[in-house]
Design a protein around this ligand. Structure first.
Ligand SMILES: *Cc1c(COP(=O)(O)O)cnc(C)c1O
Length: 391
């Protein structure tokens, strides 16, 4: 089975194909420069040089110093490290976390784990457009707050949060500001200094690098405890011999993503074309703010149909999309994100996410719209609760 042939891939928020230039950039490290960057001989020194270059490149692409970039195994590890590391390092009396109700499980379940250990967590609600309620966030942050963790862009509905404003609110009370930017890095321009965040996480496989590589920006002067103790790698902050091929791959992918951002207007136009096409189907709503969303994110609910059935039909038609997030697609619980924006359970169950990239075309969008019209129509005709006379 050749999965690349003819299929339409619109599930880039779950993972992305590894870019050809990334594979190309990684190969010499497998074949020739496989040394351990900690070794003093030439094999090691060449590897170290590649590591330094990759770190400097990643840093320049998000606007920080090379010393502020720490490579990890994935976005989840970066999220865990930022939050657990901050809480373990927090001053006495600062034992509270402020986050939102619609974070990725890597943040939510980290907070839940810390709650079990006695830390207090406040989960700030979001409005029905999928933007965090700033007044409630402001009320939740106190001088007991050690860290505020708010995602940059939501992975299901793509809504972009006012991170710079939230960082100001956190800093006014002396708390750290962390943002999970896994969906945003590579999709929109990120300048950590302009944002004013203390920590920011991202992941390779969402931007064209392989799975199993991530990074955490930690602003100079911010102290977080180690999650993984051992050797002196990553400035003695994160042990483990560096995954050099993937680190190189991450740097290369981020550089490509940055170049591809010049294509963002076209991606937005594709997104809007898809949204408009899908909204022609009766009893359909767009989830999340229409403007303040990622260039490639479309999340739509269709009443009187099951998202799982839609997904299976789409799959048979050669189209890859997602219900809610891939992480929860094996559970029958409705998405916590869709519930958080006030969607009733029935509508949440009939939701589909399409996440586009620069690789998608207008022709693909039109094929998806045509297929969706047919599939929704077919499923509704079989539904005992659909008002059959209405169209
Ligand atoms: C995918 C994702 C993660 C997890 O990243 P991994 O590298 O898969 O661990 C965390 N946060 C968000 C918002 C994501 O989309």
């Amino acid at each position: 089975m050749n999965l690349n042939a003819k299929r339409i891939y619109m599930d880039n928020a779950a993972t992305t194909p590894v870019l050809p230039e990334v594979v190309e950039a990684m190969l010499p490290i497998f074949n020739e420069y496989w040394g351990n960057p900690s070794s003093l001989h030439q094999n090691g020194q060449v590897a170290k040089e590649i590591l330094n270059e990759a770190r400097a490149e990643v840093a320049s692409l998000i606007g920080c110093d090379a010393k502020e970039i720490y490579f990890t195994s994935c976005g989840s590890e970066s999220d865990n490290w930022a939050i657990k590391g901050a809480m373990l390092a927090a001053k006495k009396g600062r034992d509270e976390i402020v986050t939102t109700v619609f974070e990725h499980p890597a943040v939510l379940n980290t907070c839940k784990a810390l709650e079990k250990q006695g830390y207090k967590v406040t989960y700030v609600p979001v409005d029905n457009k999928g933007i965090v309620k700033l007044d409630e966030l402001k009320a939740a942050v106190t001088d007991k707050t050690a860290i505020v963790a708010v995602m940059f862009a939501n992975n299901e509905i793509g809504t972009i949060q006012p991170i710079a404003e939230i960082a100001d609110i956190a800093h006014e009370k002396g708390a750290l500001m962390f943002t999970d930017a896994v969906q945003a890095v590579g999709a929109v321009d990120i300048d950590v200094k302009a944002l004013g965040v203390d920590m920011l996480s991202f992941s390779g496989h969402k931007i064209g690098a392989p799975k199993g590589i991530g990074a955490l920006y930690i602003r100079k002067g911010v102290y977080v405890k180690n999650l993984i103790d051992g050797g002196a790698q990553e400035n003695s902050k994160r042990a483990g011999t560096e995954n050099l091929p993937y680190i190189k791959g991450l740097a290369c992918a981020l550089a490509s993503a940055k170049k591809n951002m010049s294509d963002n207007d076209r991606i937005r136009a594709l997104r809007d074309r898809l949204i408009d096409g899908l909204l022609q189907i009766p009893y359909t709503v767009l989830n999340g703010d229409r403007e303040r969303r990622l260039p490639g994110n479309v999340n739509v609910s269709f009443e009187f149909v099951e998202g799982e059935s839609l997904l299976l039909w789409l799959d048979m038609m050669g189209i890859s999309a997602s219900t809610g997030s891939a992480c929860s697609s094996t559970s029958l619980e409705p998405s916590h994100v869709l519930l958080s924006i006030g969607l009733p359970v029935e509508k949440a169950h009939g939701s589909i996410r399409f996440s586009l990239s620069h690789a998608n075309t207008e022709e693909e969008v039109d094929r998806v719209i045509e297929n969706m019209k047919n599939i929704v129509d077919k499923l509704r005709k079989m539904s005992p609760i659909y008002p059959q006379t209405n169209d």
